[in-house]
Structures are given as structure tokens and as C-alpha cells.
Design a protein around this ligand. Structure first.
Ligand code: FE2
Ligand code: FE2
Length: 282
């Protein structure tokens, strides 16, 4: 199973702190074109929040238009920049009808791997909360089925070293980590919010943060520094082979700046030697 992930698209229709840095509508289009051309194609595309900048209906309209080529594969979850009611309305065709009133968490059960979306956003707030209601929901959801599972959420439940993001992250992250550790069938937990590719572990669970499809945050771990940067948009591909997840991070540059060399002849030689059982001599 191949799970693509996009995050932090931040579709906007006016200048903001990052407004002049990257045209997030253009970069999302570029990423969607790239995902549409992948062969093998991903089975699903997790979209892990901050899909718009302000959560307004016009921004969701642009988002849905840009996601149209992959719409039937998108599995959306809100982030702190989204707005619950407008988000639910914009994705009414893709979200289950029985969502809880106070959090947009849900399960997709028809793939070889269970997909469990955990919403820890709070209305009107830029930080998140793993409160007792969500803890009970996640614990119950993970207790009823021990098949290999991916948990996808917006806020990373661990300290990343990007101080200003950690300080505005999800409260009670330690209880969220403890819940994951109690359910080792969670083979992968993926998040967004950080606008960078970042990996760690929780128990035996691989934990990965996806880069933004718009601007990234500068990799600077000085506790008083904070900057956005126009590093290229990115996405992740999480490949499940029945035994383990392997996470790839893709970057998508402007097509005019991309140069490639066809290695087909070399790959054919390698394949021939591999199939013949010959050693790979220098
Ligand atoms: Fe974001
Ligand atoms: Fe966020």
C-alpha cells in the first residue's frame, strides 16, 4: 500500500506573514501534478491540516479546485489554520457523516492498513489539545482492532527543537505518546504543522512530519530564532510492504529548474546481473 501525504497547503487570498514568500496556490498545483503523475500511484493522499490559511469558504473553494485531479484519494484533516464548520462543509463529500460534534477524528477501514485521523485542534486557538474526550476516542478506536495502523494528525506529539513551534504545539503530548505506546499495532504516526520533514520514534512506532506544499520553516534550532524560507514544496510517500513502513520525502521544484539523467540502461544492466545471480563488480 502506498500512502501519500501532503500538509500545510495554507491556501491564501491576501498577504500574510508568509504571503510574499511563496504563492501557495501555485506550489500546491505543482505538488498535485506531481502526485497525479506518480507510477505506481498512491492509494490515498492524507492531507494533514492547515489546508487553508484562514479557513474561509473562498479559500476552501480554491483548495478543492486545486485538489480536483486527486480528489477521490484525498483524506482530509483540519489544522489550527482551518476552521471546523467551513472545513466540514468544504469536505462534506469526503468526510464520514457521523463525525463527533467537537472533533473531526475518524477511521478509514477498507485498506490493508487502518487509517486513524486524530483531530487535536481547538476552535479559535493556534495550539492543540489531547483532552480526555480525544484520549478516550483514540484509546477506544485503537482497542477494537489490532491490524497494522497509521495515525494521522496535525500537531506533532513531541518536541522538535524548533522552539516557537514546540511552544505553540499540542498540550498533553506525553499522554498522546503513552496512548500510542499502549497500541503497538500503530506502525506509523504522521503529522504536519512543522513545515519541515522531521522523524523520530514513539516506542516502536515510526513518527514522521511532512513538509509543507507551500513555504518551509528554516532549519535553525537556536531557541530565539524563527524564520520561514522558500525551500521547495514537498510531500511524503509512506510505503507499506506488509511488514514495515518506509517513508520517502519528495521535493517538487519548478519544472524549468529540474534536470535529470536517464539511468534506464544502467538499471537494465543491474537487473540482468541480479536475475543472473552475478556479483556487482566495480
Ligand atoms: Fe502550517
Ligand atoms: Fe499548524
Amino acid at each position: 500500500m502506498l500512502i501519500a501525504q501532503i500538509s500545510d497547503c495554507h491556501i491564501r487570498d491576501h498577504d500574510s506573514a508568509f504571503g510574499r514568500l511563496v504563492d501557495t496556490t501555485e506550489t500546491l498545483s505543482r505538488v498535485v501534478d506531481h502526485l497525479s503523475a506518480l507510477d505506481p500511484a498512491p492509494d490515498v493522499v492524507l492531507a494533514t491540516g492547515d489546508l487553508t490559511d484562514d479557513g474561509t469558504p473562498p479559500q476552501y473553494a480554491v483548495l478543492r479546485e486545486k485538489l480536483a485531479p486527486i480528489a477521490e484519494k484525498v483524506v482530509p484533516l483540519p489544522g489550527n489554520h482551518d476552521e471546523g464548520p467551513a472545513f466540514r462543509l468544504a469536505f462534506a463529500d469526503l468526510l464520514p457523516g457521523d463525525l463527533a460534534a467537537d472533533h473531526c477524528s475518524y477511521v478509514i477501514d477498507h485498506f490493508p492498513v487502518r487509517l486513524v485521523g486524530l483531530d487535536t485542534t481547538i476552535p479559535g486557538r493556534h495550539d492543540g489539545r489531547f483532552d480526555p474526550v480525544r484520549e478516550e476516542w483514540l484509546n477506544q478506536t485503537l482497542s477494537v482492532d489490532d491490524r497494522p495502523t497509521v495515525v494521522f494528525t496535525h500537531f506533532p506529539p513531541f518536541e522538535t527543537g524548533l522552539k516557537f513551534m514546540d511552544q505553540s504545539g499540542v498540550a498533553d503530548a506525553n499522554r498522546l505518546r503513552a496512548t500510542i505506546e499502549r497500541h503497538p499495532q500503530v506502525r506509523l504516526l504522521v503529522a504536519g504543522h512543522l513545515h519541515r520533514p522531521v522523524q523520530t520514534t514513539i516506542g516502536a512506532t515510526l513518527v514522521s512530519i511532512c513538509p509543507s506544499t507551500g513555504n518551509q520553516l528554516n532549519l535553525d534550532l537556536h531557541p530565539q530564532h524563527a524564520a520561514a524560507v522558500n525551500e521547495p514544496p514537498g510531500f511524503q510517500l509512506h510505503r507499506w510492504d506488509g511488514e514495515r513502513f518506509v517513508t520517502h520525502t519528495g521535493i517538487v521544484r519548478e519544472p524549468s529548474t529540474v534536470r535529470t539523467i536517464d539511468l534506464g540502461h544502467f538499471a537494465a544492466t543491474v537487473r540482468h546481473q541480479y536475475e543472473a545471480g552475478e556479483p556487482f563488480r566495480k
